[in-house]
Design a protein around this ligand. Structure first.
Ligand SMILES: N[C@@H](CCC(=O)N[C@@H](CS)C(=O)NCC(=O)O)C(=O)O
Length: 215
């Protein structure tokens, strides 16, 4: 079984959702990204495992390492093509999937979630980030509108695994998603998926326990 290094409620939550939706068994290993960053088997640190030292990191049975959400999510989807979590590589819609993985990764994850939840971000920068998140959110809302249940239409894909994580965090940061009814309806709909609900509630509990331990 491949190992997936994660931190509760971090972006690696998208991989937990994807694995569950794909029916792929993974061995989830927590890494304290705010602490010692030591791997649980003491075989090194997150930084020795992957160049950027960030979760998610997937380590295959044969020791191959894969990092970066967009890559890990597509890898998990392709382990079970029947799950339809990613269109086949030969199809045009595979590029739509990559478009949305890239959009979430840059405009929402790096553009908002990461700096907003990083300790060192100055308040003036946070205010600027907050003002600027409306634009990508309006793009997603306009795309979903009332015509699409998911980013690629009828089918739930790994791009939705990544988007729902970002939207949950954006909600935690008290951005009012209700200004875009299509977005709040999407969050409600996707969070009702049993695998999404289970993954979010599991990691939320873990995050609470980790933060209680820190303080
Ligand atoms: N470009 C990376 C970013 C991953 C990332 O930002 N992970 C965060 C958690 S959401 C992390 O591990 N942060 C710890 C650190 O920066 O040391 C990807 O898409 O996988």
């Amino acid at each position: 079984v491949a190992k997936l290094y994660f931190y509760p409620m971090a972006c690696s939550l998208a991989s937990r959702i994807a694995a569950a939706e794909a029916g792929v068994d993974l061995d989830f290993r927590p890494v304290d990204i705010f602490g010692e960053r030591v791997l649980d088997d003491r075989a090194g640190t997150l930084d020795s495992l992957s160049t950027m030292g960030k979760v998610p990191v997937l380590v295959d049975d044969d020791g191959e390492v894969l990092s970066e959400n967009a890559a890990v999510l597509q890898y998990l989807a392709d382990l079970n093509p029947a799950s339809a979590l990613a269109p086949p590589p030969s199809q045009r819609s595979r590029y739509d999937l990559q478009r949305w993985l890239s959009f979430v990764g840059t405009e929402l994850h790096k553009g908002f979630c990461n700096p907003m939840f990083s300790k060192g971000t100055p308040d003036s920068v946070k205010a600027w980030i907050r003002e600027n998140v409306d634009r990508p959110l309006a793009v997603v809302a306009g795309h979903l509108d009332d015509r699409r249940d998911h980013l690629l239409g009828e089918t739930f894909t790994v791009a939705d695994c990544y988007l729902i994580w970002a939207l949950v965090l954006i909600g935690f940061a008290k951005v009012d998603l209700a200004r875009w009814p299509a977005l709040s309806a999407y969050v409600e709909r996707v969070r009702q998926r049993p695998h999404v609900a289970a993954a979010v509630s599991l990691e939320w509990e873990m995050a609470r326990a980790a933060s209680a331990k820190r303080n």
